[in-house]
Write a protein that binds this ligand. Structure first.
Ligand SMILES: [Zn+2]
Length: 316
């Protein structure tokens, strides 16, 4: 499914797998799927996916292994999650971080082709869009399991259930579920101009983007947008319009992209998170979208939802 209003797919969206969420709590069904010869496993080592080809490959895909190869690589207990079905083929992700150098073991498989583990941020630049979505799903889940091995209620070790979409505490029976942290990202608009800001975390001085912030407990997305915009640049916001969303598995964010209509225009940056912010005319932003750096300012890259928000506003 493509995100609402998005005119081109965002990385980490357009997952081609059927998650079969109605079936995965059936341990017998899941066990049978895992044992099927067409079952495929995406290996992760220290949260890095295994990709096909040499490390310098600029466009590649997952290096998937079958159950027999996985067992040869690692027969120790490891965290696995069920990703879904591609037609009749079940897909799983397996965390083999316990191994010291898994490529060496993989090479002992007679069917081995060249492969490498790549940092997840770098991997999303070289994978087809659908595989970036599978990467996001798998990485967020495996990262959550690695961080939630113990019960937050009583401290006992927990066990993974439902194909990895739930952990349960055998002592106090508390259920624990993978977290997704909602964050609003908003392009502040005032007629034919929009506000772009530089966050001190951006590092590179000329990078400007939309504003963003995490939704707090008990807060609606609209309230979050208005609070964050006022906090960071001192602008009051009226209408908030949802545009598109993007999972961002570093470690578990859900970016909710919005347009925010300004009802005041005097900018006052907070100086702590935001170091500078300016209004930009639509014609100027159009040239920047085409790749130009104007007045020492450059837009975010297309992997970010901010780029698509800006593009949707310019083209809208
Ligand atoms: Zn417990």
């Amino acid at each position: 499914m493509t995100p609402t209003h998005a005119k081109s797919p965002l990385v980490f969206t357009s997952n081609p797998l059927d998650r079969a969420s109605e079936m995965r709590s059936d341990a017998n069904w899941l066990g049978a799927k895992r044992a099927e010869p067409q079952a495929r496993f995406l290996l992760f080592w220290k949260l890095q996916p295994l990709l096909l080809g040499p490390e310098a490959e600029e466009a590649t895909e997952f290096y998937l292994v079958d159950g027999a190869s996985l067992q040869r690589v690692n027969d120790a207990a490891t965290q696995e999650v069920f990703l879904g079905l591609d037609g009749e083929s079940p897909y799983f992700a397996a965390d083999i971080s316990v191994l010291e150098y898994p490529i060496a073991t993989l090479k002992t498989d007679s069917r081995y082709r060249e492969s490498h583990f790549r940092d997840a941020r770098a991997a999303l630049e070289v994978l087809p869009i659908g595989q970036t979505a599978i990467l996001g799903q798998a990485k967020a889940l495996l990262d959550w399991h690695a961080r939630h091995r113990f019960c937050s209620v009583c401290g006992s070790a927990t066990i993974s259930l439902d194909g990895g979409y739930r952990r349960e505490c055998p002592s106090c029976k508390a259920g624990h579920f993978p977290r997704t942290d909602p964050a609003a990202i908003m392009l502040v608009i005032d007629g034919d101009r929009c506000l772009l800001a530089r966050n001190k975390r951006f590092g590179v001085a000329h990078n400007h983007s939309a504003l963003a912030g995490f939704v707090e407990p008990g807060e609606s997305i609209e309230e979050c947008v208005r609070r964050e915009v006022f906090e960071e640049v001192g602008i009051r916001v009226g209408n908030v319009l949802y545009v598109a969303s993007q999972p961002w598995p570093f470690p578990s964010s859900m970016m909710i992209g919005c347009f925010a209509e300004a009802i005041s225009d005097k900018i006052q940056v907070d100086g702590s998170e935001i170091v500078s912010a300016r209004w930009f005319e639509k014609e100027t932003v159009k040239k920047m979208l085409a790749g130009s750096e104007i007045d020492g300012v450059r837009l975010p890259r297309p992997i970010a939802i901010a780029f698509h928000l800006i593009k949707a506003w310019v083209e809208g």
